[in-house]
Design a protein around this ligand. Sequence first.
Ligand code: SF4
Ligand code: ZN
Length: 301
Amino acid sequence: MLAARQLRSVKKFKLWKFISYMRCKCGAEAVYKLNQYKLAFCNSCYPRFYESLVARNIKKYKMILPNEKVLVCISGGKDSCATLSALKALGHNVEALHINLGIKNFSKICKRVVLEIAKILDVKLHVVELKDYGFTIDAVRRKKICSVCGTAKRYLMNKFAREHDFDVIATGHNSEDITIFGIKNIINQNAPWLASLKPRAESFDPKIVTKIKPLFERTEKENLYYVKALDLPYVKERCPYTPKNKWYADKITLATIAQSFARGLARPIQNAQKRNYCKMCGELTNREICAFCKAIKRYSL
Ligand code: SF4
Ligand code: ZN
């Protein structure tokens, strides 16, 4: 008898949860359902909820200090578009930077979207052309094309931000990016890179600008829902060089994981000790010539 009553109340509870899951708290029909919060939102309530989560993280990790000028790096993808929109909506002093990488038709689409979103959000946009430095990503004929691309993006955004007096650089890294990158660097025992994964990675040299990741705890899905709810443009196409399988492309196998344990802690200590300025451009590097200058020499058009 008691068991039957309990069963009925469990069923009632589940039905109530199901009904509440179909409706936003404002009463409107829910469009976005987020399992991790057990909440659902309509188109107009979701952006405010998302921005409150971003604001909470910025405060918790002290990502942006009062009066800091923020340069948001925007590729045109949903994550960077969400970063720019959320920081602007939260009242931060932001400008945007887009790096045109020179990737077939893809870079043209990205630039078009970025120009559009900057106009919609009324944000000042700066565009840096990689070809002005002598090469494009299309000219990189090697397997690790993404590694050269990453070097170029990090180099150019840091140089631009420093030369234009920005206090911090914001990127659109989401929680999935950070998790994959973190695991890779734990396996490779790369302590300096792990330090760069903090929500606010403080400048450690006058040449390096502080970096922040306002979407540190946001998932791809949350970011996608945000740009969709606001009807913001974003690049839906994938870069033609996107690795088919990130783990395989980085050659992480059980053997490499085992080898990393065999190396012990030797690598991070060695890496942490090296710090030079590039003989060609003067930027920070741990070699004589930085990776960006090497890429210019190798892939010049
Ligand atoms: Fe650059 Fe690789 Fe990303 Fe394409 S997929 S934009 S080449 S990092
Ligand atoms: Zn250099």
